[in-house]
Write a protein of this length. Structure first.
Length: 259
């Protein structure tokens, strides 16, 4: 049997093997869950805001293949964009990568109302909360040192067409802040799904889909539970929802879920 091509091998093992800058922010399960949560498109333009190494947008393209989609990724960190270029090439996927700072006046090179879907995994914490790594890129990615929910929501609203969708992931404890930012930007929340590490534990993440210029009306979907059993193996439901999670299918007992 012939050896698989490098592209086939990279896609088979995704997200293992993705290039990530040394000392930079490392993607986690929240990025993969966001890509799985966003509604599928058969064709159109997809924008990954704060794309980092490209994991969200590339995961979305892989999930929708062979749909006719064009991906654009925006990030303020040139090293992350270089990693995203490398990862797209390794996976045999086309992507346009743009350097832009969502916190800059005028938001730099942000596109305007041409996209059918925006994906966003914004920085979670205000500075002064949580442990801060000394690496600048990791601080920007995890903490709201620059752009936060308001800037990401405004960028998504500006980028997508009227009645097009934007999908976000955030810690469940920040849900009210995210919903307020979406409403202020003219994005009507339409779908909400809470993610729990274990059935008995509080929700750790929230997945929210909003529509630009949409009418009020929020559908709260059944909760997604990631782990079960003595060895905290991924649930069948979690793997069905996001097969990419299989790259880290088991945790040691007693550890918090890697969400």
């Amino acid at each position: 049997m012939p050896e698989p091509s490098p592209v086939t091998a990279a896609r088979t093992h995704f997200p293992r093997g993705l290039a990530q800058p040394a000392g930079g922010f490392r993607f986690a399960a929240d990025s993969l869950l966001l890509a799985a949560f966003a509604r599928p498109l058969k064709r159109g333009r997809v924008l990954d805001l704060g794309c980092g190494c490209g994991v969200v947008g590339l995961a979305y393209l892989l999930r929708q293949a062979p749909a006719d989609l064009r991906l654009t990724g925006l990030d303020s960190d040139p090293a992350m964009l270089a990693a995203a270029v490398e990862n797209a090439a390794r996976l045999g996927l086309a992507a346009t990568l743009v350097e832009a700072d969502l916190a800059a006046p005028g938001a730099g090179a942000l596109p305007n109302q041409g996209f059918d879907l925006a994906l966003a995994n914004p920085p979670y914490h205000a500075l002064g909360r949580g442990r801060v790594t000394p690496k600048t890129a990791a601080v920007t990615a995890r903490f709201q040192a620059g752009a936060g929910f308001a800037e990401f929501a405004a960028a998504a609203a500006r980028a997508v067409k009227t009645r097009a969708r934007a999908a976000f992931v955030a810690p469940a404890e920040n849900l009210t802040g995210l919903l307020a930012a979406l409403a202020a930007a003219g994005l009507a929340p339409k779908r909400l799904r809470l993610v729990h590490g274990r059935m008995s534990a509080p929700a750790r993440l929230c997945l929210v889909e909003a529509v630009r210029g949409g009418r009020p009306g929020l559908a709260v979907e059944p909760p997604l539970v990631l782990y079960a059993g003595l060895n905290q193996e991924l649930t069948a439901e979690a793997l069905d929802f996001c097969p990419f999670l299989a790259c880290n299918s088991r945790r040691g007992p007693g550890r918090d879920p890697a969400v």
